[in-house]
Design a protein around this ligand. Structure first.
Ligand SMILES: Nc1ncnc2c1ncn2[C@@H]1O[C@H](COP(=O)(O)OP(=O)(O)O)[C@@H](O)[C@H]1O
Ligand SMILES: [Mg+2]
Length: 593
């Protein structure tokens, strides 16, 4: 029997699930893209041993046999970045679902290809760079309108520089040359990017303003900075997906990239059906016009989820480079981590905690690192940001598990979800005692200017009230409610307003679903004023029964569904009840006299 050839066409020598071995493969690079078998299944080289390459196949390997040919493409897995991404629904490796389905029917055939960007579509390009000037990577060549009102800036790709020889206005497809450099290098509307590599920036900038979420509990207590990264751990049914969808719809971002790594079987189908129906309440335009959906379809193996997160972040960085504020939602990162675990197990790597590879924490760190605010390369000057919100689904809701713990170490914020609150249907079920944000100070000035109140002081007062409430409830739990004094009871009653109406927010009420910062500030200030008035009244001799706390509740609850046009009126109604709390002493003293 002769030894297998060491040169010649590489062929499959072994298949185990979605992993395959091929040889001889010597000159290819680690993470290079390969086409596997007769059907040309998509795969990546994830390990080399001499001339044997281990391939990670991103598609169903049923029917793949030893001896099948392998073609190395000589390049890593890349994404085509250009106009037409906004509004697209892509699978985990960047294939547009709509055009794939048109090409191969509802069930996507393995090995099916379709370019990420529609090659037939033409875009009206207006050149702004002038021939004769020297261009460097990141310089703006010109613009086109990608979606109604959305200016897509066409940039010189990373690694390209030279004198501009020609550049012309016109209607171009993404593969057409829109101009040339002096050395003949053609310029295009689109560029390719290896999705595991962060795109370069001129300078990373500190966070100095929030990404307004429209959720009172986050904007007031645990703000997300523009360019920040936050982890949202929560057990099943605690509201992670509702939060991610709410942010996609309401957060003050120019562009949203939503990466769906479904928890449940039908969740991705829901995403694909739901997003195209959503309307941006601020503009009245479809949310999809500024959204890119990356979904892991059920007929792609788990390991494709691993690539999908990098795909989403690369797209986000591309729009950041144009000078936009991009928000990336990942739902959920645990599915990404499980893909890593799957791959490591099949490679028989030494497992770390709970079977996750030992490099989980560093890979997670690299991922979160791609969030940030930055000055883009090139001219004119542009500042953009990629903010990252990653849902984490700890098995059994136990935050001690590796993905939550590793996220905690690298994220700038934690929105911890509490199953007890979710069971009480108190949403968003954010556990204020465990959650945190490292961006309170950096975003305070912006919030204060926007809302016209001292945001940090207001936040501190609300947290202090929650803290007192927790302590008093503990005492009441031990000694009975009778052990509480009137003042303590007033604190508990007013803290209830905070839990239910200030931090509680319905995702399904058209007004309450998104709260402007000014309204959040107003609602917080009113609750603090109510507390002060109630305490002062009791201090002056009023009893809890003298205080119209039921009236306060009714008036305060009316704020939630108040549109901005009605806010002043309803806030005045709350203020009147608060003023009457202050009067209670006088009234009570008169009655007693
Ligand atoms: N802000 C909210 N307002 C109203 N209901 C909510 C809210 N957040 C979550 N829910 C309820 O909780 C359910 C589970 O939420 P979901 O986001 O699917 O949980 P998870 O993704 O953590 O498993 C939702 O179907 C909804 O009924
Ligand atoms: Mg979910």
């Amino acid at each position: 029997m002769s030894a297998p050839p060491t040169t010649g066409t590489p062929t499959i020598t072994r298949v185990t699930g979605t992993l395959a071995e091929a040889r001889p493969l010597r000159d290819a690079g680690l993470y290079d893209l390969v086409r596997v078998g007769e059907r040309g299944l998509l795969g990546e080289i994830i390990r080399f041993k001499d001339d044997v390459a281990t391939l990670q196949v991103y598609e169903d390997t049923t029917g793949l046999a030893v001896g099948a040919p392998v073609v190395a493409t000589g390049a890593p897995l890349t994404v085509e970045l250009g106009p037409g991404l906004l509004g697209a629904i892509l699978d985990g490796v960047g294939r547009p679902l709509a055009r794939l389905a048109a090409a191969s029917g509802d069930f996507i055939a393995p090995g099916a290809t379709a370019p990420t960007l529609d090659p037939a579509r033409r875009w009206r390009f207006t050149a702004t760079a002038r021939p004769g000037t020297h261009l460097v990577a990141g310089d703006v060549l010109g613009t086109l309108e990608e979606q109604p009102g959305f200016v897509h800036r066409v940039l010189v790709p990373p690694g390209v520089a030279g004198a501009l020889r020609t550049l012309a206005d016109g209607a171009y497809a993404v593969a057409d040359a829109i101009g040339h450099l002096g050395d003949g290098t053609p310029l295009h509307l689109a560029q390719r990017w290896p999705l595991r590599t962060p795109r370069p920036v001129a300078e990373r900038l500190p966070a100095d303003r929030p990404l307004v979420t429209g959720q009172r509990v986050f904007d007031l207590l645990f703000p997300l900075a523009e360019g920040g990264a936050v982890a949202v751990p929560g057990g099943f049914g605690t509201g992670k997906t509702v939060i991610e969808h709410g942010l996609a719809r309401h957060a003050a971002a120019d562009v949203v990239v939503f990466v769906g790594c479904g928890e449940r079987g039908n969740e991705i189908a829901e995403v694909v059906q739901e997003f195209p129906r959503l309307v941006d309440p601020r503009t009245g335009r479809p949310v999809m016009e500024r959204t890119v959906l990356v979904v892991n379809t059920s007929n792609m193996p788990v390991v494709a989820r691993e690539a999908s997160v990098y795909l989403g972040i690369s797209i986000a960085e591309y729009y950041r480079d144009m000078g936009y504020r991009v928000a990336v939602m990942v739902d959920s990162l645990s599915r990404w981590a499980e893909a890593l675990r799957d791959i490591a197990a099949r490679l028989q790597e030494m497992p770390g905690e709970e079977g996750y590879p030992t490099h989980l924490a560093s890979r997670l760190g690299q991922l979160y690192e791609r969030a940030g605010r930055a000055r883009a390369c090139g001219t004119p000057d542009r500042t953009g940001a990629v903010s990252l919100v990653c849902a984490v689904s700890p098995p059994g809701g136990d935050f001690a598990e590796p993905v939550t713990q590793a996220s905690l170490r690298v994220a700038g914020g934690l929105w911890a979800l509490d199953p007890a609150l979710a069971r009480k249907r108190q949403f968003p079920a954010v556990d204020w005692a465990t959650s945190y944000s490292l961006h309170v100070e950096t975003t305070a000035a912006w919030f204060a200017a926007e809302a016209g109140v001292d945001w940090v002081a207001l936040r501190a007062r609300v947290l202090q009230l929650l803290q007192r409430d927790a302590e008093l409830r503990e005492i009441a739990g031990l000694l009975g409610h009778e052990a509480l004094q009137d003042r303590d009871r007033a604190v508990i009653e007013i803290a209830r307003l905070v839990h239910e109406h200030l931090l509680g927010q319905s995702a399904y009420d058209p007004i309450d679903a998104a709260c402007p910062v000014a309204k959040t500030g107003r609602m917080a200030a009113l609750v603090v004023a109510a507390l002060d008035a109630a305490e002062a009244a009791i201090e002056r001799g009023a009893t809890i029964d003298d205080l119209d706390l039921a009236g306060l509740r009714r008036a305060y609850a009316g704020l939630r569904a108040a549109p901005m046009a009605l806010l002043a009126e309803r806030a005045a109604a709350v203020a009147r009840v608060i003023a009457s709390l202050g009067d209670a002493r006088g009234a009570a003293a008169e009655v007693r006299a």
